[in-house]
Design a protein around this ligand. Structure first.
Ligand code: HEC
Length: 120
């Protein structure tokens, strides 16, 4: 019982922290918290997308065929990506790994991608 408690408490705290953050962003629309949420999305992009895609406003994709994330909205509304990510998209493309994320991580990633769109 002690082992169970100590091994899960850190993960639980992380999950709770982000759940609280998401709820706060939705309920309050507080811009400081929204910034933190977007920043979380940026970290996800750095860890999972940057090795192929340009993920900033002025960088270049390392994989020649990977579109710059800031230009995705030229192809389709960013919102339509949500479902695709939730289903673990693009498994069909050999170079793009399956990306499995929680709804909250997907939300943060999309918030970040939205924030860097060249159209804005
Ligand atoms: C190992 C390289 C690699 C990684 C990592 C990667 N991608 Fe891709 N991605 C690609 C390539 C290559 C394409 C272009 C595929 C094509 O045109 O068929 C692509 C295409 C896409 C597309 C466009 C699909 C379309 O139909 O236009 C989106 C959106 C996308 N990636 C998002 C992401 C996101 C978000 C991440 C991080 C969670 C990510 N990718 C990680 C290689 C990668």
């Amino acid at each position: 019982m002690h082992g169970y408690q100590s091994s899960t408490s850190l993960a639980d705290k992380q999950v709770m922290k982000h759940l609280i953050l998401v709820t706060a962003v939705v309920m309050l629309g507080a811009s400081a918290l929204a910034d933190e949420f977007i920043d979380y999305g940026k970290q996800i992009a750095e860890a999972n997308c940057q090795q192929c895609h340009a993920i900033l406003t002025d960088d270049e994709s390392r994989h020649p065929e990977a579109p710059r994330l800031r230009e995705l909205s030229e192809r389709y509304p960013i919102d339509t990506l949500e479902e695709a990510f939730a289903e673990g998209i693009y498994a069909g493309h050999p170079d793009m790994p399956q990306f499995e994320a929680s709804p909250e991580q997907i939300g943060a990633l999309l918030a970040y991608i939205n924030s860097i769109q060249a159209r804005n």
